[in-house]
Design a protein around this ligand. Structure first.
Ligand SMILES: Cc1cc2nc3c(=O)[nH]c(=O)nc-3n(C[C@H](O)[C@H](O)[C@H](O)COP(=O)(O)OP(=O)(O)OC[C@H]3O[C@@H](n4cnc5c(N)ncnc54)[C@H](O)[C@@H]3O)c2cc1C
Length: 403
């Protein structure tokens, strides 16, 4: 993929804006809120996100009428690269911006788009993803949460789990069974549910990192409006699958730059410690560098292929959902690489990495990276599930027996 002169100008513009704005009251936010650190400076990060939005640096690929700037996929990747390079803090609105927004652009009604997209772009509404349940993770079609119509409202009952950022979310996109007695994907609906109401209880789950990025969410007669269903009622399964493909694919295209910062930091540690002269660790660091180059090449090839395949007139949602097995290849590449980086960090730091630096559980960034990295091969669909998708869709092997 070649970047055009306009793309390079765009990169310059982004870099300059970030250099000028990640200063003053926002200067202390550099690097805040990363994996295992999502509890940090939420209010300040929210203010920063709104500052980004006011300057038009959220939802770049969306049409202007929904609060975006109609940027090309290449420009979106450039923005994410520059953002990571600047050390910008983890963005609080990414579930709305990266997952629900593109899904609504592809499947929402005009009213739903008008109502929700500008609020996501302006970072007024924060969203969470209510898919997984205690009995429905990899086997998501086993969702048991139900929603029934009561006049002009859906009444939702059931339990979700592992719901990231539910404790700060205003809304949740919920997969629920709306056709009584239905099984598997048939009869599921994709509902948009307000979180701040009596029928919703959020209970944090403490993670290995000592923090609680995700939650249990209980719906006990929670309500939402009848027309807040994305796609047809009872036909939410294809919509949910599109959200998952976005989560595994396009949404992750810019992240290797954040990974590069982490790897550079680790190499720097190795340069100044005995690890730098250990032949086995040197070999592993070189392999990590190569793995990152492979990931970047794959990401750029995917952008180029998607850009070439999507006609000018197609909306960004089309591009986002246009990946198939490639999204699974991307997920596997980054999850294994990033989890491996956490493990390598523990090796480079040696025995002291096994001890928290302070009581009761004061971890450093490398320990957080290692511990949160355990989740990389699980969320967004586990590695085993990605391999099944590749086997079936890319290699044409017989379908795995389904429960
Ligand atoms: C940090 C984090 C954040 C998350 N955030 C959210 C969120 O915001 N919203 C949300 O809805 N969910 C979220 N999840 C949930 C995530 O999507 C699920 O954990 C994931 O889909 C796996 O489901 P499960 O945990 O039920 O594991 P299971 O499905 O029970 O899997 C257990 C093990 O069995 C393997 N396995 C299962 N089925 C097969 C098969 N058919 N073939 C081979 N192996 C198989 C799996 O690979 C895994 O190793 C999050 C998870 C994590 C870790």
């Amino acid at each position: 993929m070649r970047l055009s002169v306009q793309d390079e100008e765009f990169r310059h513009q982004v870099r300059q804006w970030l250099a000028e704005n990640l200063t003053g009251r926002f200067a202390g936010l550099r690097g805040a809120g990363g994996p295992g650190r999502e509890h940090e400076a939420h209010a300040e990060r929210l203010a920063w996100n709104r500052h980004l939005a006011a300057a038009g640096w959220t939802c770049l690929g969306w049409p202007a009428e929904y609060g975006g700037r109609g940027a090309t996929l290449a420009q979106q990747v450039i923005f994410h690269e520059e953002y990571a390079r600047s050390g910008g803090p983890a963005r609080v609105g990414y579930l709305g911006e990266e997952l629900l927004g593109p899904t609504l652009i592809a499947f929402g009604t005009p009213e739903q788009r008008q109502r929700f997209l500008p609020a996501i772009a302006a970072v007024r509404d924060l969203w969470c993803q209510g898919f997984s349940e205690p009995g429905a993770g990899s086997d998501l079609a086993a969702v048991a949460t139900t929603a029934t119509l009561d006049g002009d409202q859906w009444v939702i009952t059931g339990q979700k789990v592992w719901t990231s950022l539910a404790h700060v979310a205003d809304w949740c996109f919920v997969l629920a069974r709306t056709l009584a007695g239905s099984r598997r994907g048939a009869g599921l609906s994709y509902l948009l549910v307000p979180m701040r109401q009596p029928g919703v209880t959020v209970r944090p789950i403490r993670q290995l990192t000592g923090t609680a990025e995700f939650n249990e969410v209980f719906f006990d007669g929670a309500r939402t409006e009848r027309d807040l269903v994305v796609g047809a009622a009872g036909d939410g399964w294809p919509v949910a699958r599109a959200t998952l493909a976005i989560e595994r694919g396009v949404a992750t295209l810019g992240q290797q730059v954040a990974f590069r910062r982490e790897l550079d930091g680790l190499v720097d540690v190795a340069r100044h410690t005995a690890a730098g002269t250990d032949p086995v660790l040197r070999d592993k660091l070189a392999r990590a560098w190569i793995g990152l180059e492979v990931m970047r090449a794959h990401a750029l090839a995917t952008v180029a292929a998607v850009d070439a395949a999507v006609p000018e007139t197609a909306g960004p949602g089309t591009a986002a959902t246009g990946t198939g097995a490639e999204a699974s290849v991307m997920k596997l590449l980054w999850s294994r690489w990033h989890q491996g980086l956490g493990e390598l960090a523990m090796e480079v730091l040696g025995a002291p990495s096994m001890v928290a630096r302070g009581a009761p559980y004061d971890l450093d960034d490398w320990q957080r990276l290692y511990l949160f990295g355990r989740a990389d091969t699980i969320y967004g669909g586990s590695d085993e599930i990605q391999r099944t998708i590749i086997a079936e869709r890319a290699l044409g092997l017989p379908r795995q027996a389904r429960p």
